[in-house]
Write a protein that binds this ligand. Structure first.
Ligand code: TXA
Ligand code: MG
Length: 317
């Protein structure tokens, strides 16, 4: 530790310097803190502390074959944990800080606890853009492992309240950064020598990745569970979800988009980015409603609409 927190900027001050310093202290002593990012809230712990990582898995009820993303303050920190080839460097330089997770080989003698990578030779690294999370990473001087701060398989949290509702009595300290901006989890890519695969669609679209790399992603046909956010059933509400609904039944809570309004509209103006940022919050509301089933109108399958449809499909299975 530098012993000084003078570099906390005005943006971070808005969220409360004291809260950030308290969170850093808690993390340094092996505790958990739920943190806001630009995508969803994460359940963070020191990635080098095996006991703290075990507590993440316990709190989420997460199967231990599902590895965690490690959050870093910048590219230089990422290089202490992972091996970046030219293509990986190009992605990091273009999209960090931001909602892109890059899976690369671990460096020899990588400092993270083995449970973080669940035995894989690779590590998932992400440099988040949220100013509060950035400050926390800098002040704590930790690499923070953080899955989404919900019970395993449940709907991802985009507000402090969602975290508390999902984790209940197991909720640790929560840093409140307001509602998350992107609303769907980061895009995950895996570097495969000179190529890359998209393991999870997200806010950084396939088109943006292709423009950066100068080539399209190779197909992700690997049947091993490599990004279990890829499990068929995930992000699931407690009620049945029906997709591409063109008319609704009386016992259904209808989630709308654009002109197809429904009980809640993801975006009345038909803006897919707005729809993404409202997606999980709307699923939470639908789940808590008095209707026994949930229906969702068709959502366009372009840009970030790919990620929305991906999450909805898993929520419906
Ligand atoms: O936006 C996000 O990525 C959020 C915020 C909190 O940063 N985090 C998040 O974490 O969504 P989580 O744990 O819910 O999803 C992480 C995904 C999992 O599907 C996991 O299997 C995959 O990343 N993953 C982690 N390490 C991996 C690795 N070495 N190879 C392939 N996939 C990996
Ligand atoms: Mg998750």
């Amino acid at each position: 530790m530098s012993g000084s927190n003078d570099h906390i900027d005005d943006k971070a001050r808005r969220y409360g310097k004291q809260a950030i310093v308290a969170a850093a202290a808690r993390l340094q002593s092996g505790g958990l803190v739920a943190v806001p990012t630009e995508t969803v809230y994460g359940l963070a712990a020191d990635s080098t502390n095996a006991t703290a990582i075990a507590e993440i898995y316990r709190t989420k009820g997460r199967p231990d074959f599902n590895p965690l993303i490690v959050h870093v303050p910048d590219f230089d920190a990422a290089r202490k944990l992972g091996l970046f080839n030219d293509l990986a460097i190009r992605f990091a330089k273009r999209f960090w800080p931001g909602p892109l997770t890059i899976v690369v080989p671990k460096v020899p003698d990588c400092a993270v606890a083995p449970a973080v990578t669940a035995g894989l030779p690779t590590i998932a690294l992400r440099c988040p853009a949220h100013p509060l999370m950035q400050e926390l990473l800098k002040i704590s001087e930790l690499f923070l492992a953080a899955p989404s701060a919900n019970k395993s398989g449940g709907i991802s949290p985009t507000t402090k309240r969602h975290v508390e509702r999902s984790l209940g009595g197991k909720t640790p300290m929560v840093l409140d950064g307001g509602p998350c901006k992107s609303g769907v989890e980061s895009t995950i890519i895996a570097i495969r020598d000179e190529n890359y695969q998209i393991l999870r669609p997200g806010p950084i679209t396939a088109e943006e990745l292709q423009n950066c790399a100068g080539k399209a992603a190779i197909n992700h046909q690997d049947s091993r569970i490599e990004a279990p956010g890829q499990l068929a059933s995930h992000y699931a509400p407690s009620k049945p979800v029906r997709l591409n609904a063109t008319k609704t039944e009386p016992d259904e809570y209808l989630i709308g988009f654009g002109a197809a309004a429904g009980d809640s509209n993801l975006s009345a103006s038909g803006d897919l980015a707005e729809a993404a940022s409202n997606l999980f919050a709307t699923l939470h509301i639908a789940d808590a409603s008095d209707r026994v089933r949930i229906a969702v109108v068709p959502i366009p399958k372009s840009g970030i609409g790919i990620a929305i449809n991906d999450r909805l499909k898993r929520a419906s299975q």
